[in-house]
Ligand binder design. Structure first.
Ligand SMILES: [Zn+2]
Length: 94
């Protein structure tokens, strides 16, 4: 079993159920991997958490969400303004 897989397991990273099953079965029979499992200190876990967090942050598209939100706000405002202009034109004519 790879140290990375065991690390992911310790960290609670979501792994395919068959992989978890395989790992747990392996851990029951492999003292080496059990030792690896218990060798993770809180410091290691913190480092791993940082690495996982960095992966999450870097995989997230940068700034698209606020930009898209701002764009939809502008579109809504433009549509409302257009509706007001059309309505007042109709009323003025009426
Ligand atoms: Zn092993």
């Amino acid at each position: 079993m790879s140290a990375q897989l065991i690390a992911d397991y310790v960290m609670g990273v979501e792994l395919p159920p068959d992989v978890v099953q395989e790992l747990e079965t392996h851990l029951e029979s492999c003292a080496d991997c059990r030792a690896k499992l218990t060798s993770f200190t809180p410091r290691d876990v913190t480092l791993l958490a940082d690495r996982v967090w960095a992966r999450i942050v870097s995989s997230r598209p940068q700034q698209t969400r606020p930009a898209r939100f701002l764009m939809s706000c502008l579109i809504v405002i433009a549509l409302v303004a257009l509706a007001v202009i059309l309505l007042s034109a109709l009323i003025a004519r009426g």
